[in-house]
Ligand binder design. Structure first.
Ligand code: ASP
Length: 625
């Protein structure tokens, strides 16, 4: 044997050159001499011969080590890095593995080079649990035992050893999918005359409704940069600069209390265009989505996407990001039941409440009494006092409140939610916001239970006609529904000072299967209107001049009418990949406490470094998970 590196734990390439991918070998390659490089995925010994599954990014192929190489192979630890030279051969009769793309062949090794011996990995590097739908990933064929083991591996270990977790075919497929998606975005926008322009990360605060991440300025002790919550102001300045069509695949930073689908840093496709109305941005975005779906999944989306008024979305689906893969619209029964014998319903209007409900198709036979008790507790979490249910069965209605209602009133309960035989009616009497949130939640819960959330179905919808402002509970004043640069409808301008909550915004949000993919608006390009909006928001003149004076000034130097949108790359990639969490499509995500378990960020810094920045810290304890 020629390899001089046999005894060493690690070696360089020694002049060897990889000349093909392990996962691409097929029967037609039989007889070919190849040099492969990759990781030892699995190893087994049989009859004096050693078999290893050699894995690289493309997949894996079986390598056969016989003779002197067999003993050598038997000592290889899993995940060690090797180079193999050998000849591709058809597997012996009856030994083909139809589960594996390379399953008809194996590589009979003539030489092997150990490039780096690996310690036993603390987590699995194979896929164990099946993904939701196949977008290039492997369907798992794990035993229940293995799946439990993965569960026990736990999120924390996966993040701590992310470079091992990312070796799993599923994670590799996710990274590849995300790459293809971003490339499709760049190609589409480039073909339409958009320029990708970078905007600063060390900047001033950009209000998008979250807390800023601050960076202390060494040269100006006591002063701070803010990391951008979005490039909003800079992209508007690029329109003033005459760039006309801008985009950027850009990281944004928001210091929020994290939920499952949020990360402190996330990526947006940020777009801005001059001389446009909302319809232009909407059309461009629809084309972009259709292009992504075609390129990444080979799926043809139907455009234009439907549109829904904000108010209608909240009334009918209990949320402004409705999942339209299923019906179960929420109906209002307040007026129809006014005065009825069941006082919770009959006197709701007098208490300033509404009675709303929905029908779960086929739900009468699906939901047990215990389930319904659970649902009651669910709506109570949203502040509703209780839940009323009615099962519409062939023999008549079954409901704890039927004895308080006339036959006609029971019929109203059934008719207004559109329930048929076998359906379950669910009703809540509560203040409007509470009723919307509670029923919106029940709707999703019921859909999940009935298996109506098909991950291969794509229901896009634009939510439009948003109000410009919303009440700010903390201050008692107004807050911006989107951000303060959004333009009002021209015909509503007169209401800015007199009835600001009635002012509609030239804004649009794109929703897919209940996920908000992004949103945007046409902006204020006149200084006068922008100042009136700041004033309606209760900002003192000195305050908005201090924060946004540079934007207001720019608006006076020939700012064209402009508008744009930003779309969440992580969310789009997660949906395309059939993943439930954006963490699965981000190479190095953070925990819900915004910690990086791999690098140990955030971390302490030396007192010298702090002194240089003019900072002192108080001791705090921090739990990273
Ligand atoms: N800057 C906005 C955001 O990040 C999007 C936009 O209005 O274009 O949500």
């Amino acid at each position: 044997m020629r390899s001089e590196t046999r005894g060493a734990a690690a070696a360089g390439l020694g002049g060897w050159k990889r000349d093909c991918w392990a996962g691409e070998l097929r029967a037609a390659d039989a007889g070919r001499e190849v040099t492969l490089m990759g990781w030892v995925s699995r190893r087994r010994e049989h009859g004096g011969v050693s078999f290893i599954d050699l894995r690289d990014r493309s997949g894996l192929v079986q390598v056969v080590l016989s003779g002197e190489l067999a003993a050598w192979g038997a000592g290889l630890s899993p995940e060690s890095v090797v180079a193999v030279r050998g000849r591709v051969a058809l597997r012996p009769e009856g030994m083909a593995n139809p589960e594996l793309p390379t399953g008809e062949v194996e590589v009979a090794a003539s030489d092997l080079r150990l490039l780096n011996r690996a310690k036993t990995p603390p987590i699995y590097t194979r896929d164990l649990a099946p993904r939701q739908h196949g977008a290039g990933g492997e369907k798992g064929s794990a035993s229940a035992g293995e799946r439990d083991a993965e569960g026990e591996t736990g999120e924390a270990m996966r993040l701590r050893y992310r470079y091992l977790d990312l070796r799993r075919p599923r994670m590799q497929a996710n990274l590849a999918l995300r790459h293809r998606m971003v490339k499709a975005v760049r190609d589409y926008l480039d073909a339409r005359g958009f320029w990708e322009v970078e905007t600063p990360f060390l900047t001033r605060s950009t209000p998008e409704g979250a807390r800023d991440y601050l960076v202390p300025a060494r040269n100006a002790p006591g002063k701070f940069y803010a990391l951008p919550q979005s490039p909003q102001i800079f992209k508007q300045l690029l329109m003033v600069a005459g760039v006309e069509r801008y985009f950027q695949v850009v990281r944004c930073f928001r210091d929020e209390d994290l939920r499952a689908d949020r990360q402190p840093e996330f990526t947006q496709i940020d777009i801005e265009m001059s001389f446009v109305e909302p319809a232009d941005v909407v059309r461009l975005t629809e084309g972009l989505m259709a292009h992504i779906w075609r390129e990444v999944l080979g799926v043809d989306l139907q455009t234009p996407f439907p549109r829904l008024d904000f108010a209608e979305a909240v009334a009918s689906y209990g949320t402004d990001k409705p999942d339209l893969r299923f019906g179960m619209r929420i109906a209002d029964l307040t007026a129809a039941l006014e005065g009825c014998g069941f006082r919770v319903f009959g006197e709701a209007a007098r208490r300033g409440e509404v009675v709303r409900g929905l029908a779960v198709p086929g739900g009468a036979a699906v939901f047990s009494r215990k389930d319904l008790d659970l649902l009651t507790r669910e709506v109570q979490k949203f502040g509703a006092k209780g839940l009323v249910w009615a099962a519409f069965e062939p023999s008549g209605v079954r409901s704890p409140v039927s004895k308080f209602l006339t036959g006609e009133e029971v019929d109203t309960l059934r008719r207004l939610v559109g329930a048929g035989e076998g359906d379950l009616g669910l009703y809540v009497a509560a203040p409007p916001d509470t009723a919307a949130a509670a029923l919106g939640h029940l709707r999703l819960h019921a859909a999940e239970r009935l298996g109506l959330r098909d991950t291969a179905e794509w229901c896009f919808v634009w939510v439009v006609n948003y109000p410009l402002f919303e009440p700010d509970e903390e201050t008692g004043g107004l807050g911006a529904k989107h951000h303060p640069f959004t333009a009002p409808f021209e015909e509503d301008l007169g209401l800015l000072e007199t009835a600001p909550l009635k002012v509609r915004a030239k804004a649009y949000d794109l929703v897919l299967n209940g996920w908000e993919l992004g949103g945007g608006s046409v902006r204020n390009h006149s200084r006068e209107v922008q100042e009136r909006v700041f004033e309606a928001l209760g900002l003192a003149r000195e305050e908005y001049l201090e924060k946004f004076g540079f934007l207001l000034e720019a608006l006076e130097y020939g700012a064209p009418p402009h508008g744009g949108i930003a779309l969440g790359v992580d969310r789009i990639a997660a949906l395309l990949a059939g993943e439930e969490s954006i963490r699965e499509v981000i190479a190095f995500p953070k925990t819900t406490r915004a910690a990086c378990l791999l690098s140990g960020a955030p971390s302490d810094v030396g007192t010298d470094q702090l002194a240089e920045l003019g900072l002192r810290t108080r001791d705090r304890t921090f739990e990273p998970v």
